[in-house]
Design a protein around this ligand. Structure first.
Ligand code: NAD
Length: 358
């Protein structure tokens, strides 16, 4: 199958691209290469004849229409997004632009392409939209979100993803475009941009810096390894039903402080501090994120029953391998820190008031 992957130069997208190519699919990546995207993430498959790369903005209707015309994809995996909650607090405009407007542009381009296909190709076509458990808002101590949970997004990021989900659903209900929505939980693994909790903690620890934990670190996330996430997207693509949504959770709930402590212990073995102190000694509790959701957890039983998908990577194994990857690939993250797009600083305190120009 020939698959258009938006955001294929990002963390999850590049993992999905490698997975699709190894399964024998052809892939067209459309990616704007924002601060979060990099061709380096696709280095291992750069010479694969099955891969084409298009530097394009999903908000640019002409460029996206042109990509559909030239490549004639049989499916779309839509991952391109502004993805960091803290940045959405500091500057929501780019989230509304890419995540909402961009998804609208992509849906319209996909619909125009799909309508012109032969009947069998139209039936086989799929548009898989990659979303997040954050659209459902926050849980208390008990229960899990499922596909039936109401939408209650709390951050600008979550609200922009929720809006995109509604567009995707409406394009199925109104135009019959065979769309599917995947609500996935917090994902971790190699090549995650250093602004996110696990790589940020890891990199700061290696550099001997303080390890910031928001609030008291009590916020619980349902951790999903990026390989399990990629396999889930493949399963949805191959076996998912048009118009359906799927919750994809790691089945591994952990408070942020426990994630950071586990990371510290792994680093004590793999990269001990020069002063002999345990890495935990550098943990520093800092001001909480405004509107910080307390807990996310997903019930993935629909994905298990209908797609045969289950998470395979145990958190401790996945985290140990992730630590190893960041230790072995210092040039990858040092280039990001040197490049100036992000230097490890605190984001998302909403202290600067409304964005300039809004
Ligand atoms: P990422 O920030 O690492 O990558 C996003 C990619 O999208 C980058 O390559 C970037 O260049 C590209 N992009 C951004 N704006 C674009 C635009 N206007 N046009 C074209 N490309 C653009 O994000 P990620 O963590 O890999 O997340 C991928 C998707 O999965 C997102 O839709 C995100 O909402 C969703 N998701 C992420 C997680 C997670 O924990 N990381 C969990 C659930 C869902």
């Amino acid at each position: 199958m020939k698959i258009l992957v938006t955001g294929g130069a990002g963390f999850i997208g590049s993992t999905v691209v490698r997975r699709l190519l190894s399964a024998g699919h052809r892939v067209v990546v459309a990616d704007l290469l924002t601060y979060a995207g990099s061709r380096a993430n696709l280095e291992a498959v750069a010479d694969d004849p099955g891969l084409a790369f298009e530097a394009a903005d999903i908000c640019d209707a002409r460029a996206i229409g042109d990509i559909f015309q030239r490549h004639r994809p049989e499916a779309v995996l839509h991952l391109a997004a502004e993805s960091h909650v803290d940045r959405s607090i500091d500057g929501p405009a780019s989230f509304i632009r890419t995540n909402v407007d961009g998804t609208g542009v992509l849906l319209e381009a996909a619909r125009a392409h799909w309508r012109a296909l032969t009947a069998p190709a139209r039936d086989a076509f799929r548009f898989v939209h990659v979303s997040t458990d954050e659209v459902f808002g926050t849980l208390g101590a008990h229960g899990r979100f499922s596909e039936a949970s109401p939408y209650r997004p709390n951050s600008p990021y979550a609200a922009s993803k929720a809006a995109a989900d509604h567009l995707v659903r409406a394009w199925h209900a109104t135009y019959d475009l065979p769309t599917m929505v995947v609500s996935a939980s917090n994902t971790y693994g190699p090549r995650q941009f250093p602004e996110k909790l696990i790589p940020l903690t890891l990199i700061r620890a290696v550099r001997g810096e303080a390890l910031p934990v928001y609030g008291r670190g009590e916020n619980v996330r349902d951790w999903l390894h990026v390989d399990d996430h990629a396999n889930a997207l493949l399963a949805v693509l191959e076996r998912g039903a048009a118009g359906r949504s799927y919750c994809i959770g790691g089945g591994c709930e952990l408070a942020n402080i426990d994630v950071v402590r586990t990371l510290c212990r792994l680093l004590d073995e793999a990269s001990p501090r020069a002063d002999g102190l345990p890495h935990e000694s550098a943990i520093a509790f800092v001001a909480d994120r405004p509107g910080h959701d307390l807990r996310y957890a997903l019930d993935s039983s629909r994905a298990a029953a209908e797609l045969g998908w289950r998470p395979r990577v145990r958190f401790h194994d996945g985290l140990r391998d992730t630590v190893r990857w960041y230790l072995d690939n210092r040039p990858w993250w040092e280039a990001i820190l040197r490049g100036g797009a992000y230097g490890g600083e605190r984001l998302g305190l909403a202290s600067d008031g409304p964005e300039a120009g809004q």
